[in-house]
Design a protein around this ligand. Structure first.
Ligand SMILES: Nc1ncnc2c1ncn2[C@@H]1O[C@H](COP(=O)(O)OP(=O)(O)OP(=O)(O)O)[C@@H](O)[C@H]1O
Length: 405
């Protein structure tokens, strides 16, 4: 059985040119209609199994928060239906429900009641709430005296003091300091391991990659794509660089490299990518070896000084290292239409053992957001294997010396 389901969900708002026209409409019983109708969500269908973690991504205004508000019952859909089964905890606008004149402790009781935790239980859990929030004696001060960080700490601590069956999180983790963000992530990860279903909105790709099993992409209120976090984030990366109607986005799958995403306006196209070790194609590289990444490209029109870039990603699609000819100070100069060129990056791969993928790109200036010609995710894959170096853990090998003082 699915724990979360959305069927043909839609949400429509009325937008008034000025505020008093809403009043005019009401007073005249709709005789003077001036509003326009704005569908902010349309035909949304998805389902989530118990224990799954699903990330929702999309540009500002795509409808992510509205979808979560519907799922938590904060707002009603205009059409369609939804079901969320089990005990739900929502981290939407953390601390918004607190009464500013109540102390942290009193607010913990009222929030607990909303979450279905009785007063006796909150009294029992209060030391744990205080310990997690780390706000000390402030727990007995009115919350209007709190900093925004303290408010978030307390609200998070209360909302997660009991493991929910469903946890709905909207960017809550982007507030608060780095230390507390870490603590929140750890708690959410622990909930997930213990079986909590997670619905998660974030603009932070690494958070979605590390927490979610699946991702959903919303665009202008529609669900446009659903898949692994990596393939959806690659697609999203292509969408946000889209600046013209000439722009193409292609995703293909089937071979061992997984889903390959290519996007761009094709003013310059990448025709071949090679990873060479001692002049030969390489798929396995020992830690610390120097490889050549050869990128062949062709201008389809005259293009002045295109930038060629490389990006290495680990198996979870975290960005490990990226650079390009712009930052490295290589001026490619004028590329005439039909002209084929080649650049070679020599890179010492001081990376930890494991599987990696290579993304290559041709674009304008310093990033693909300035004009994306051709962006090619998963252009090659390779494996890092141990060499003769001393044992180390992690994703990179840093030159280290040790001495005794
Ligand atoms: N109460 C409201 N009345 C009218 N329009 C609204 C209301 N709430 C949201 N909207 C509109 O709905 C659209 C979707 O908003 P929503 O906050 O869900 O987007 P989002 O994807 O969460 O964006 P962001 O990443 O900026 O938080 C926006 O165009 C927004 O202006």
């Amino acid at each position: 059985m699915k724990i979360i389901e959305a069927k043909d969900l839609g949400k429509k708002y009325k937008r008034y040119p000025v505020r008093w026209k809403r009043m005019l409409e009401w007073l005249t019983r709709n005789k003077y209609k001036s509003h326009e109708e704005l569908w902010v969500l349309r035909d949304i269908n998805f389902s989530i199994s118990p224990g799954e973690a699903v990330g929702i991504i999309g540009q500002n205004g795509a409808g992510k928060s509205t979808l979560l508000k519907i799922m938590t019952g904060t707002t009603q859909p205009t059409q369609g239906e939804y079901h969320v089964r089990g005990r739900v905890s929502a981290l939407l606008e953390l601390g918004m429900g607190f009464h500013p004149d109540f102390t942290g402790r009193q607010n913990a009781y009222t929030s607990g009641q909303i979450l279905g935790i009785d007063n006796q239980e909150i009294t029992r859990l209060m030391p744990e709430i205080g310990a997690f929030a780390e706000i000390g004696d402030y727990i007995d001060q009115p919350t209007r005296t709190y900093s925004s960080g303290m408010l978030v700490r307390l609200a998070f601590a209360v909302a997660t003091v009991v493991r929910p069956e469903v946890l709905i999180v909207d960017e809550a983790l982007s507030v608060g300091d780095a230390y507390f963000q870490h603590k929140c992530f750890d708690r959410i990860r622990k909930f997930k391991e213990e079986g909590t279903t997670l619905l998660f909105v974030s603009h932070d790709p690494s958070a979605v990659k590390s927490l979610c099993d699946r991702a959903i992409l919303l665009d202008k209120g529609r669900l446009v794509r659903e898949g692994t976090p990596e393939e959806i984030l690659d697609y999203y990366n292509a969408v946000i660089a889209k600046a013209s109607t000439e722009y193409k986005i292609k995703q293909s799958r089937g071979d061992s490299k997984g889903v390959v995403t290519r996007s761009g306006n094709e003013l310059v196209t990448i025709s071949n990518v090679k990873l060479l070790l001692n002049g030969k194609d390489a798929t396995a590289v020992q830690v610390g070896e120097i490889v050549q990444i050869v990128v062949e490209f062709e201008a389809q029109q005259n293009v002045l000084n295109p930038t060629i870039g490389i990006l290495l990603k680990d198996r979870l699609a975290n960005h490990i290292f990226g650079t390009n000819t712009y930052h490295l100070g290589l001026n490619i100069g004028m590329c005439r239409a039909g002209e084929k060129r080649r650049v070679v990056f020599s890179v010492k791969l001081n990376l930890g053992p494991g599987h990696y993928s290579l993304t290559v790109a041709a674009h304008a200036e310093y990033s693909h957001l300035q004009g994306n010609y051709d962006w090619w995710d998963h252009a090659a894959t390779f494996q890092m294997i141990r060499g003769k170096e001393e044992f180390f853990t992690g994703v990179c090998r840093l030159d280290t010396e040790v001495s005794i003082l």
